[in-house]
Structure formats: C-alpha cells, structure tokens
Ligand binder design. Structure first.
Ligand code: BG6
Length: 482
C-alpha cells in the first residue's frame, strides 16, 4: 500500500481560493470597498500600488477578478465534477459590513454566502471558511488606521459573531486571519492587506506591526471564544504562511541564525495555539523599548481563545547564512525582509522566483506538529505558472501536476510515517484567480482555466486543464492514482 492510500477515509481533499481574488462584484449587493479594491496591478518585481481611494482612471484587477460572484453555480458544478470534498474560501468583510463600523449587517451580503454555502452543500462539498483573507473595509483602514486601533478589535468581533450565528449550521471549519504572520517582514503590501496599516515617516514598522498584530491576536482569540459559545462543535483554526527557514550549513552560526530567523514564522502561531506570548518576543519588546499595546486583561483574552487547529500555506522554503549580507530587501516577497537570505543550491525556483521544495512540506508538517501537537490543515499549496491553450483547445500543465504530485507524496509520508494528524489538503487557486502579490492573471494556479488576462480582457469562460482530470482521479482513488 502506498503512503497516500493510507490517508484517513474522511481526509478533506479540496481546493482553496479567497473572496477578493475570485469573486469580483466589488460593489455589487451593497458591498463596500476593501483595502484590495484600491490595489493596482503589478508584476514580478513590480510592486502593486495602493491608491488613496477608488480612482476611475486606474485598473484594479480584483474588482472583476474571475467573476465568481455571478458564476459560482457553474464553478461549483465543476468542483463537484472534480470530486472536491471541501472548498476553502473567505467571506468578504465588506459584503457584510460595507464600511466596517455599521451597527447592523448588510442582509444582501449575508444572503450571498447563504446561497454559496447551500450550493456547495447540495453538491456534497464542505465549505472551509476564512473570516478575513486580506480584505478589511477601506473605511477602517483610512479612518481608524486599521488594526493599529483597538476599536477595530470590537468591530471584527461583531463581524465574526454575525458570521458564526448565521452560518454555524452550514460551516464547521473556520479560520480567523489568513497568513497573519506574513506581515512580520513589514512589507508595505502585507501590512496594508493584513492589517490596514501604512507606516508614517519616522515610525518603526516592526513596532507598529506588533501593535496591529497584538490587536489581531486579541480579535482572533475573541472570535474563537464567541464561535465556541455559539456552537461548541465549530472548529476554529489559525491560518499561517509557513516558509521554513533552513540554515545554509551545519556551521553553528548558521544553525543559530536559522533558529532566530524562524521566530518570525512561529511568533503568531505560538500565541494562537498556546494562548500566551512567547518569552523570546517579550524579550524583543523589552530590548527595544517597544510598547505594543498589551493591556491588563489581554492575557486572559488570549488564554480563552486558543485555536482548535493550525491551517497553513506551504509554497517554498528559504535559507539563511549567518555571514551573508545582512541587508534585508523588504520589497522582495520571496525572501521578504529576511536578513542573511541566500539561494539554496539544492533547490530550483519557479518563473516568479519561488523555490520548489516538496520535502520542505513534510519537514513543515513535522516541525509544526512537534511544536504544537494540534491537528494541521494544508489550506494552500500550489504552482503559479503561465498556461497556454493548444490548437485543439487543451491546456497541458504537466509542471503543475508534477509539483502537486511531489508535494502530495511528501504530505502522505508525514501522515503515514511520521504520525502527523492532518485534516486535509486544499491546493491553492483550484480555479485561476488574481495573484495576490502581483495582481496578475497570468500567474495561474488553477486546474480550471479562466479566460481573462492581466489587462482585464477575456470572456471569463472556464476550461478544464489536464490537471483537472488528474486531480479528479487522485481524489476518486483516495490518493492511489498520483
Ligand atoms: C498566499 C495567499 O500568500 O499565497 C494567497 O494566502 C495568494 O492569497 C497565494 O494568492 C499565492 O500568492 P500569489 O502572489 O502567487 O498569488
């Protein structure tokens, strides 16, 4: 028996997306503008710009995206054909609270997700839902400074409560904040999309990030507690980006550099899972004289809101060398602000410079499970690449299949050989969508092609790629056919 066929029978094979990258309909049904609705398109090496407001003269790729808002029934039929057991998406906060600080939610927005979840359930597909995937209301970012403001914790609690009350009978698996930890490198895009934060001249970005992060950790803990109060059967997880940091060599200095650098990966999940701040972080605050806004009573809130599981994305690993140039390049989304980052000579990269490391997934599953001893859920993994339509209309994507196959093999070893408890696997961008870091359509992850280009041209027609049939067989065979 191969490792994959020994996966649990109820293993959640699925697909993942985020509302803002797929839905479009940015101002439909009473939806308000979010922080991504003012993000222009970029490219590999060209950062996306954040405009002050929605400027009619600019092109904003997320505003139409793949138009899932109007086509979700057609798309869900394709997901069902593929045999997905679950589908991970997010709720656009601005459909429910268009400005973020209203007293009452927008019924039309709530109804949209009722219809979406009902359609999934009618096809036997379990919704897996992130409350906030990079898209807080623009109003909260502009008027409150995003999660800098403690008031936003209460506004997020209200949003979370409304969602849990409305959907708890339809959705069992939830996550609070998508990739809450990717802002650790203080990249301007991540601070904006994670926290609604921009840095003013003279401010220390790391201190501001920790303050916003503290508020998000409180908001997450409150959401977990509220969700459990409403329905104790809900499973509410964290969602982190895990890019493991390897030491370049066995030189003790490299080993220690990797331990210290990896704290940037572990800080947020340490608090989410343990319900308290790790001592290395408290020491860092003390050493730098930072006030990150921890008030009396916060420790109790964090302790009462520990997550049930850890969801994570895995795309790549990075490597550090103690004596490499210390300068960090925060604009580089791959090594993102990591001092001492060097290329790993054992690993190739994608066209967008993302290192491809399948063993790193088994490594990550082991590291996270050993550290936290809670169930894990791989809620993103995938291969962003250019796809071309052949003369006969087919889309051959063998590199994507190879990437996914090799990662699934390593995932299965972690479960069957190492004993990691894993809920499921939802490859990223099961259907083509707008790339988060670049705003491009041409960086495609999907097994379903969407006819739309970087400039917004195209019919939005859907087409099955070769990987569609391949993944259908993987799921149907319980992982035997790889
Ligand atoms: C993760 C995000 O960082 O990676 C997704 O949760 C994102 O939103 C995905 O799309 C892939 O990144 P990109 O930049 O290739 O779209």
């Amino acid at each position: 028996m191969s490792a994959t066929t020994a996966l649990p029978k109820d293993f959640l094979w699925g697909g993942a997306v985020a509302a803002h990258q797929l839905e479009g309909g940015w101002d439909a049904g009473g939806k308000g503008p979010s922080v991504v609705d003012v993000l222009t398109a970029g490219a590999h090496g060209v950062p996306r710009r954040i405009t002050a407001d929605v400027d009619p003269g600019e092109f904003y790729p997320n505003q139409v995206a793949a138009d899932f808002y109007h086509r979700f029934r057609e798309d869900i039929a394709l997901f069902a054909e593929m045999g997905l057991k679950c589908f991970r998406t997010s709720i656009a906060w601005t459909r429910i609270f268009p400005r973020g600080d209203e007293a009452e939610p927008n019924e039309e927005g709530l109804r949209f997700y009722d219809e979406l979840f009902d359609e999934l359930l009618a096809h036997g597909i379990e919704p897996v839902i992130t409350l906030s995937h990079f898209e807080m209301p623009l109003h909260l970012a502009r008027e409150y400074g995003g999660f800098r403001s403690r008031e936003v914790v209460g506004l997020f609690e209200r949003f979370a409560r409304v969602c849990f009350e409305r959907y708890h009978t339809k959705v069992k698996y939830w996550m609070t904040f998508n990739e809450i930890n990717n802002q650790m490198d203080t990249n301007a895009l991540f601070l904006w999309t994670n926290s609604g934060v921009t840095i003013a001249p003279g401010e220390n970005p790391t201190e501001v990030m920790y303050r916003a992060g503290h508020h998000e950790l409180l908001a997450s803990a409150r959401a977990v507690a509220i969700g459990h109060e409403i329905d104790p059967s809900l499973q509410i997880g964290a969602m982190i980006s895990h890019v493991p940091i390897y030491p370049f060599s066995c030189d003790p200095a490299d080993m220690m550099a990797a331990v210290v650098a990896n704290r940037a990966r572990f800080f947020f999940p340490d608090v989410h899972v343990r319900g308290e701040y790790p001592r290395y972080a408290l020491k860092e605050f003390e050493r730098n004289g930072w006030d990150v806004g921890i008030l009396e009573g916060d420790a109790a809130i964090l302790a009462a809101g520990k997550v049930d599981y850890v969801g994570f994305s895995y795309y790549m690993s990075v490597t550090v060398k103690a004596d490499a140039a210390k300068e960090a390049d925060a604009a580089d989304v791959v090594t993102g602000g990591l001092p001492g980052a060097v290329p790993n000579p054992h690993i190739e990269a994608t066209e967008w410079g993302w290192p491809i490391d399948p063993v790193g997934l088994r490594y990550t599953l082991n590291v996270l499970y050993d550290r936290y001893q809670v169930r894990l859920f791989i809620v993103e993994n995938g291969f962003g690449a250019v796809d071309t339509i052949a003369a006969d209309g087919a889309i051959h994507d063998p590199e994507r299949i190879t990437y996914l196959r090799e990662h699934i093999e390593q995932m299965a070893l972690a479960v069957t050989q190492d004993g990691v408890e894993l809920l499921g696997y939802t490859p990223w961008g099961i259907i083509d969508l707008v790339s988060f870091t670049t705003g491009e359509m041409k960086k495609r992850y999907g097994m379903i092609y969407v006819d739309r280009d970087n400039e917004g041209n195209g019919t939005l027609e859907r087409r099955r790629k070769d990987s569609f049939e391949w993944f259908r067989r993987v799921i149907a065979s319980g992982g035997a056919h790889l």
